[in-house]
Design a protein around this ligand. Structure first.
Ligand code: SAH
Length: 177
């Protein structure tokens, strides 16, 4: 049976949590798929990417949207740009059809998740999609998913059945809310 696209599943999870005027971080902007979706829901989006090509591509794609701030920097520096956020989404791995050497890394992903957590509002959420196909991806999924299960109330999770090394998406809300 064909499975539902994991990126679309994640968007369905997020919709009920969004309210006008919230600030949501897209920690891995890439080609802007999540940023576009969030922007269209009416929230303010802060989109990070370390690759200038990704930022330029998304800026151009989304030039008519006025509720997005693009930041060309690593998400481990997110506290330099924002004081608080209501939700944060990560889509790990590499940018499709691009340089497969620029990937999210287990340690920096963990560091960014932990910093993001401390900036989350009390009813904030975090949503992360992990992939195993790239260098360090299996480790990133193992450490990142364990961290999320420890620190968040996991509300949703999704993976592909009957697929080798499938991706994993987790959605959780802040525990000490
Ligand atoms: N959600 C995107 C795909 C993300 S791919 C889409 O829908 O198109 C992962 C992205 O994370 C890549 O663009 C890569 O450049 C970026 N990235 C990798 N490490 C990063 C880091 N430390 N900080 C910010 N972005 C990073």
């Amino acid at each position: 049976m064909r499975h539902k696209n994991i990126n679309h599943v994640v968007h369905e999870w997020i919709i009920p949590y969004l309210k006008d005027n919230q600030t949501i971080v897209d920690a891995t902007c890439g080609h802007g798929f999540d940023t576009k979706f969030l922007s269209e829901q009416g929230v303010n989006v802060i989109a990070f990417d370390i690759q200038i090509e990704a930022i330029e591509y998304s800026k151009n794609l989304l030039k008519d949207y006025d509720n997005i701030t693009f930041i060309h920097d690593s998400h481990i520096h997110l506290e330099r740009y924002i004081e608080h956020c209501d939700g944060i989404i990560f889509n790990c791995g590499y940018l499709p059809h691009s340089d497969k050497k620029v990937i999210t890394m287990p340690q920096s992903t963990l560091e960014a998740m932990s910093k993001a957590y401390s900036l989350l509002s009390d009813d904030g959420w975090m949503c992360v999609t992990f992939y195993q196909g790239h260098d360090g991806g299996a480790q990133e999924m193992k450490l990142g998913s364990a961290w999320m299960r420890e620190h968040l109330n996991i509300i949703h999770e999704y993976t592909y059945e009957n697929v080798n090394n499938p991706p994993l998406a987790l959605f959780g809300t802040k525990k000490d809310a």
